[in-house]
Design a protein around this ligand. Structure first.
Ligand code: SPQ
Length: 429
């Protein structure tokens, strides 16, 4: 990963744009399409590296999938139509792929080994391996199943009632997916509600799911029926553009067709809490998911506090929120976000280090950070550290930094936002 991205200071941004498809929804559309009976056509699919890894894993298990840019056709063979892969499954950089697939593989009566890149090798897996083993799956990995590669032999599961110590959609989804083929019922309760795309999309595929507050329950033995999925734009990608508008005086932007699932819209709430102008227009529902156009206009922001149930609703946006906060009036405090430490990088440490290179003052805490506002940034040589969200957040900081900014390992951006640099270039004045 040696690609570089050069960013120069700009004056304003404006225009009307669309961002690539939602990563979380794209993964799930391929997975559920592969497990369903019938053909699933997906439009608006994110052709980013992570979602291509998901396609590749299912192709290796004998599922026919055609992908052309953002159009994908998946010929489902039913839940037990997967074949034992004759090679290891490689998830690349994708935590969503390995954790959700672990839940699916836990139901399959065959052996397989699944692993990913160097970053995946450092991310915790026991959070899914533990409960799946409790259900009866045989799974092993380095450090007693904490790290990849994971060797999985599934089948004959029994339902469990799992109380998760973390608010994680990947944990919740892995257990619910395994629960769909376990004996009896399976429930997952979490401390705060994490993104619920799995629940919504399973319903679109004809699965019955019970949701009561922070608890979700499924009954085993259910089938999925193919359906067509239209994937909205990813609010996590839109967040970079929203932040850019908020730090460049005179900017305004319309971002069309963005997913506004309430479990993902923490960024909108934060911009509003900081005093920013942001509006939802043309709200509609597509495949059980709310979608809208987002209008955003530069406003001088003030610092805020991010904590509690809000955190899972904006966890992936925190790196770029830190950039935005560095330009606000006063301090911004982020707490209850320890999960940042186990993402593609330790995102508390990488934000502090990389944003610090621009001259910003960010103080790390155990579960978050404190960002000083009103900071003047200067151009810097940055490293994405192989983390797409760090690469893009720092590119946004580069738009206001005096002089030139170079982002090393900029290839990582392709994980979730192919065409990021071109899109940014097209709206910069
Ligand atoms: O897939 P991956 O690598 O875990 O991607 C990230 C990201 O920044 O794109 C996290 F690093 O998003 C996760 C997100 O943080 C995607 C996701 C999902 O699709 O279910 C859920 C969140 O992770 P978690 O651990 O809270 O379940």
């Amino acid at each position: 990963m040696t690609e570089q991205l050069t960013i120069n200071k700009v004056t304003t941004i404006s225009g009307e744009v669309v961002v690539p498809g939602d990563k979380s929804i794209s993964h799930r559309a391929v997975m559920f399409g592969a497990l369903a009976e019938g053909t699933t056509s997906i439009t608006g699919f994110l052709p980013g590296a992570d979602c291509l890894s998901t396609i590749n894993c299912f192709q290796r298990m004998g599922i026919q999938i055609e992908q052309n840019e953002d159009k994908v056709t998946v010929i489902g063979k039913g839940w037990f139509g997967l074949e034992e892969p004759d090679q290891k499954l490689d998830v690349g950089n994708s935590g969503t792929t390995i954790r959700l697939m672990s839940g699916i593989l836990a139901t399959q009566p065959f052996h397989c080994v699944i692993e990913g890149d160097e970053s995946i090798a450092k991310r915790p897996m026991r959070r899914v391996v533990g409960p799946l083993k409790e259900m009866g799956a045989r799974i092993d990995g380095r450090k007693s199943g904490e790290f990849t590669p994971l060797a999985i032999r599934g089948g004959d599961l029994i339902g469990i009632n799992y109380v998760s110590p973390v608010a994680s959609a990947q944990v919740k989804s892995a257990i619910l997916l395994a629960g769909l083929q376990a004996n009896g019922t399976t429930s997952v309760e979490e401390p705060s509600i994490s993104r619920d795309h799995t629940e919504r999309m399973l319903q679109a595929f004809g699965v019955e799911i019970k949701r009561e507050g922070k608890k979700v329950t499924v009954t085993g033995g259910q089938r999925l029926t193919a359906t067509d999925i239209s994937v909205p734009g990813d609010i996590s990608s839109a967040a970079f553009l929203i932040a850019a508008v908020m730090i460049l005086p005179g900017s305004r932007l319309v971002i069309k067709n963005v997913g506004i699932n309430p479990t993902r819209t923490g960024i909108i709430d934060v911009v509003k809490a900081m005093g920013g102008i942001i509006e939802l227009r043309n709200e509609r529902i597509v495949n059980e998911e709310p979608v809208a156009d987002i209008y955003v206009e530069y406003t001088a922001l003030k610092g805020t506090v991010l904590e509690g149930d809000l955190i899972p609703r904006l966890i992936d946006e925190i790196p770029v929120i830190a950039v935005m906060a560095s330009q606000a009036e006063g301090q911004t405090i982020i707490r209850d976000a320890k999960e940042l430490r186990v993402k593609e990088t330790d995102r508390i440490a990488t934000v502090v280090n990389q944003l610090g290179k621009f001259g910003a003052k960010v103080i790390p805490t155990d579960d978050g950070m404190i960002i000083e506002g009103n900071q003047r940034l200067h151009g810097a040589e940055i490293d994405s550290m192989g983390d797409h969200r760090i690469g893009m957040a720092m590119a946004i900081a580069g738009l206001i930094a005096e002089g030139q900014t170079v982002i090393n390992q900029a290839d990582a951006i392709r994980v979730s936002f192919p065409g990021f640099a071109e899109l940014l270039h097209s709206i910069c004045k």
